[in-house]
Design a protein around this ligand. Structure first.
Ligand code: SF4
Length: 437
């Protein structure tokens, strides 16, 4: 096996965590991480296929690596993750310079398969699904957990929901939960390393079923000494239970933030998306969550231009935004993902129309974000400091419980601590403050 590995990561937090784990696993085999592509003996592209853009980026990056491989035939090029799972052998037919294609359930074999690829000239493709994902149980070494006071933890993987536009159930497989005892053990290990905030990850954490319910798991983690903050993503609105809502009322370590994708405001479109909730049910959930935790902040995913979406439907999406007043909205133009149910529908909203809707939605969201930030001026917030400012010396940057970025004067000594900050200014996407006396 070569000695230097470079990993390109695309997509979500789940992929960031998979990258940390791959680095850890390869370091255990003697490999060293590098950021320099020319120095690398192994290059891994950890891919995402949820959106057309991420998928295209992956393919163009892979295409560029072909000339590097010609200059350095010993270089091993690996494609991992969702695109690997989706394309399989077709990928090496299209990109013969790829040596190894490794699917989402096989990542625990990364070291063994790279060793094999270094011995065998023929490309290797391993994309079988299995009944267990041992990679979820792999705990990344502290060196690869950055920043050191925050750790992401897999609690489940896959999805059974089959939203009609989404490729995830096909590339991550059906829902598989990790055993709760392994998760609790991992949190304890992170806590002993000084981690203060844990971020529980899964495609649909609310349907976690690893020997206890998801709210049960939250209560167990809340009791672990040293853990001061718990976040999680992603939640499906149809699976938010009364028990989970109650957790926001009772668990002090649970952050005042929930990412709750709504995708569209029109019940007709939600039905066509196979989302299994209505606009009214979504708004009712928001209301009950606010009753349980009055200062809770929301973020969400939304798309415009789903097949058949009319202007009237789009107005319903704007209406949800006005009512909920999200802090952050991740918004996208619908793009067809081959293999999904929606792919059989005519993508009939013209690109220009999608772009206008997206522009209008993002314009209004910017105003709402700023208005939300202005409401926080003059308040005191607990901020977990993440890093020293690279562009502004003498400044540090962290996150409030609402997941808002907060900048304040400070130095390295504050990194990894939770400080009380008086908010003095609202910015477009962040707050500025000073240490509260
Ligand atoms: S809940 Fe829907 S959007 Fe989310 S991963 Fe599952 S299928 Fe995709």
């Amino acid at each position: 096996m070569g000695s230097h590995v470079k990993i390109f990561t695309y997509g979500c937090q789940m992929n960031d965590l998979d990258t940390q784990k791959m680095f850890s696993e390869l370091a255990r085999g003697g490999m060293v991480r590098t950021e320099d592509t020319r120095e690398a003996d192994v290059i891994i592209i950890n891919t995402c296929s949820v959106r057309q853009k991420a998928y295209e980026k992956t393919l163009s990056n892979l295409g560029r690596l072909s000339s590097l491989k010609k200059r350095n035939p010993g270089l091993i090029i690996v494609v991992a993750g969702c695109v690997a799972q989706q394309e399989g052998a077709a990928l090496v037919e299209r990109m013969p310079h790829v040596d190894l294609v490794i699917g989402t359930h096989q990542l625990h074999r990364i070291r063994e398969l790279i060793e094999k690829a270094s011995r065998e000239p023929a490309p290797i493709v391993v994309t079988d699904f299995s009944d267990a994902i041992p990679f979820m149980d792999l705990i990344p070494d502290g060196d690869f957990v950055t920043p050191g006071h925050r750790a992401s933890i897999n609690i489940m993987q896959g999805c059974n929901n089959f939203c009609s536009y989404c490729i995830v159930p096909y590339v991550r497989g059906r829902e598989l939960s990790r055993d709760a005892s392994r998760i609790i053990e991992e949190v304890q290990i992170h806590a002993s390393r000084g981690v203060k905030e844990v971020f529980l990850l899964g495609q649909n954490v609310n349907s976690f079923d690893g020997g206890m319910s998801f709210p049960g798991l939250l209560r167990e983690i809340d009791a672990i000494e040293g853990i001061e903050r718990i976040r999680f993503t992603t939640s499906h609105p149809k699976d938010v239970s009364e028990e989970l809502i109650a957790c926001f009322g009772s668990l002090k370590t649970l952050c005042s933030h929930l990412h709750l994708p709504f995708q569209a405001g029109s019940n007709r479109v939600l039905k066509a998306m196979n989302r299994h909730y209505t606009k009214e049910r979504y708004l009712d959930l928001i209301e009950r969550l606010r009753q349980a935790r009055p200062d809770i902040a929301f973020s969400a995913d939304v798309m415009v231009g789903f097949p058949g979406e009319t202007h009237e439907d789009f107005l319903q999406t704007l209406d949800i935004m006005e009512r909920v007043r999200f802090d952050v909205l991740y918004s996208f133009r619908y793009s067809t993902r081959p293999g999904t149910r929606a792919a059989s529908r005519l993508d009939d909203v013209p690109f220009e129309e999608k772009s206008e809707r997206l522009y209008e939605l993002q314009r209004r969201q910017k105003e709402i974000t700023l208005e939300n930030n202005r409401m926080r001026v003059g308040t005191c917030l607990d901020v977990l400091v993440d890093s020293v400012g690279t562009r502004c010396p003498g400044q540090v940057r962290g996150r409030s419980t609402h997941n808002t970025v907060v900048n304040l004067p400070g130095d390295e000594s504050l990194v990894g601590t939770i400080v009380q900050v008086l908010v003095t200014r609202a910015n477009a996407n962040s707050l500025t403050g000073e240490l509260a006396s």
